[in-house]
Design a protein around this ligand. Structure first.
Ligand code: SF4
Length: 387
């Protein structure tokens, strides 16, 4: 690792808006490895104990990071896995991204690899935020999810250690039928941990998530109500992942019509009623979706619209990831709300919501099909009642 200072570009970034969707992702995920010591029930990646032999090398990874930095508006880069801590060169890769001007975050697995010393090294390398998973309000629920006894306690320790060195944290929670009744308890528990963001993920049936049961469509509305109320109460911000219809729910709660020209959608995050995040990672503008302001590069260089949507649109290093994001047919189709089908295609919220493209694909094999888990009936499809 060199000893250069981070690029000034990092602190002088021009805010990303919806007009950037066509040319730059707002957020990019790099799956640095599929190696992981946990066996989580819903793992997207079906992670394994050892790395794949064709995992991108250090020099290939550096080249990839340089391509992320070359987008017209460089994205926030999330190092994910597997467990990124299983890569011995992870600190070097973070530093390389930092010096290239990228804002970075990481999603380590809660294992003994995440020591206080390792957290200090991550911070020194330039990481802006650590995201750790918590899938239950108690050890019994969480540890069954993660497949390892002691994972809950380890997660709490990581949060404390990160806070002790001044590194900001977020919690990622996957909602399933096993834990959705614990939402309020989880919200109150993490309020004690000085986090800046709670990212609430709704299951997409991919990878090991195939075996896990996702909640029923009407239960999303119940969960949305709980999240909305928690958003009014908690200090930290709340966002949903792969539940884009929470944007529709939020606008309905605020009484804002989707066609309201006086409302500046571009400058608002998906969680409209929430507080700003207290670190340097910008809040996403409304409308980010799989392939639309979002991209994912796998451990072997496959380029996907997101980690939950395994449609390969290209292959790094054979192809430039900038070209794939801007030019591939699937990315372009996903960014066009007028190509959506079913009720999402006729919905007045399609530009800012559009439904989870990943869930639509994984359930129907059609990436443009209607979101399977939204109960909303678009205005254009409502029949007038006859007295
Ligand atoms: S019908 Fe589709 S676009 Fe409309 S709110 Fe539901 S998921 Fe979103």
């Amino acid at each position: 690792m060199t000893t250069m200072n981070p690029s000034p570009a990092q602190s002088a970034k021009i805010p990303y808006t919806t007009s950037d969707f066509a040319t730059s992702p707002f957020v990019a995920f790099y799956e640095v490895t599929r190696a992981c010591d946990l066996v989580c029930k819903h793992c997207r990646a079906c992670a394994q104990p050892v790395s794949h032999p064709h995992e991108l090398t250090n020099s290939q990874s550096r080249m990839l990071i340089d391509q992320f930095a070359s987008f017209p508006k460089p994205p926030t880069l999330i190092f994910t896995g597997g467990d990124p801590m299983k890569r011995p060169d992870i600190f070097d890769l973070i530093w390389h991204a930092t010096t290239a001007g990228l804002t970075t975050a990481m999603t380590p697995s809660a294992t003994p690899l995440v020591t206080l010393e390792a957290i200090k090294r991550l911070k020194d390398a330039g990481i802006s935020r650590l995201a750790v998973s918590l899938d239950g309000a108690d050890a019994a629920t969480h540890d069954v999810f993660r497949g390892v006894h002691g994972s809950f306690d380890r997660t709490m320790e990581i949060l404390s250690n990160a806070a002790s060195v001044g590194l900001t944290t977020q919690i990622n929670t996957t909602i399933t039928r096993r834990n959705f009744h614990q939402i309020n308890d989880i919200a109150d528990l993490i309020a004690t941990k000085k986090i800046v963001l709670w990212s609430v993920f709704f299951l997409v049936p991919v990878g090991r998530g195939l075996a896990e049961q996702r909640i029923r469509p009407h239960q999303y509305e119940d969960v949305f109500e709980m999240l909305w109320n928690q958003g009014l109460k908690q200090e930290y911000a709340i966002k949903t992942t792969e539940a884009h219809h929470y944007r529709r729910y939020s606008l309905q709660r605020l009484g804002i019509e989707p066609e309201n020209n006086g409302f500046d959608f571009a400058s608002h995050g998906a969680q409209l009623a929430n507080r700003p995040i207290k670190d340097r990672i910008q809040r996403a503008p409304l409308g980010v979706n799989d392939g639309k302001g979002c991209m994912f590069v796998s451990h072997t260089g496959a380029v996907y619209p997101s980690g939950f949507m395994p449609i390969s649109a290209g292959k790094f290093p054979r192809q430039s990831i900038v070209d794939v994001y801007q030019q591939s047919e699937i990315f372009k189709a996903l960014r066009d709300p007028n190509q959506l089908q079913g009720k999402c295609g006729q919905c007045e919220y399609r530009s800012i919501c559009g439904g989870s493209r990943a869930r639509a694909f994984c359930v129907t094999r059609n990436p443009l099909a209607a979101e399977p888990d939204c109960v909303y009936i678009p205005a254009a499809l409502r029949t007038e009642s006859v007295c």
